[in-house]
Design a protein around this ligand. Sequence first.
Ligand code: IPM
Ligand code: MG
Length: 355
Amino acid sequence: MPKHVVIIPGDDAAPEAMAPAVEILKSLALDLTFTEFPSGVEGVQQYGSRGAFDAALREAIDRSDSTLFGSTNGTTGGLNHLRWGKQTFANVRPARWRPGFRSPLKNPEHIDFVIVRENLEDLYMGLEGDLGLLSSLPVTSWLTRKPLDTTPTGKFAIKVITEEGSRRIARFACELARKRKAQGGRGKITCTSKYNMLRDSDGLFRRVVEETAKGYPDLHYEQYIVDDFARRIVASPGDFDVVVMPNLYGDILSDAAAGTIGGLGLAPSGCYGETYAYFESIHGSAPDIVGRHIINPTATLLSAIMMLEYLGFEAAASRLDQAIVHVYADGQPLTPDQGGSASTMDFCAAVRRYL
Ligand code: IPM
Ligand code: MG
């Protein structure tokens, strides 16, 4: 059975990375078929409305084995469906330095860790509103022992951490660390959250991860409060293997992690659920460079490699990975974010030569 993937190019400069990346995927001549959507602005025009475009994306996603998603500024929908609709609870964000990556750190050689970000809970559930709405809630601060004052004009946001949600991300992280250990990895799980201050919510997350890790005696377990971890990610990123954390910290710290290896242009991600996974670069839609064809397609290509692995095309994934490694080892042609002056297409052409 051929595998079928949906290509969503996204908005602003993201389609400029997606188009040549998809050409490369096609050149691999795999048993892989594609449904390709237009970019956000064209899609809304073509389908008549944002709603119709979103509905078409959802239907296509439901018929597919996976999706490669270009960054969105909100014009292209689909993200809600890909995350909450498909219950892709584990956001895997590798930070791996390769020779030629323009890291700002002096010794980036040992950076090879993966952030496993819980992807569906925490402050990301859209539960916000006027403070006054909470007036009938019997909540008292464990810190000040005072009830919530809902009289000021203001807003609230609700953070939800569940035991089940924490357990499944903890298991996922442990399984990943085990898999990496079998391939020579450190066999280490690091848990981070603000468990000293958010004692109930982040405290639950930490407790569940710690308990889960006990079921993996072959792995080393450690934990850091998230502010301390933020320093460590800059000071000693080479110490980490698999790091598991709630949603919002994962969003913020995966950008920081990308910074340690040389920037967002190099940082891929995959969002995995029980029955579906989709793949996207960590970076945004780069509106500042739209139309210039200088966006670094590496993040999109590395995300595509994660997708190929997920779909069972391991050999092709490894070939593509090696081709990218070769181009960076050569040190040219690279895009401006990596100190070069090449276009997105020049870079992709070099990858194709190595392929
Ligand atoms: C990311 C992005 C998204 C997030 C935005 C676009 C909603 O920042 O994938 O890291 O916060 O999850
Ligand atoms: Mg982000």
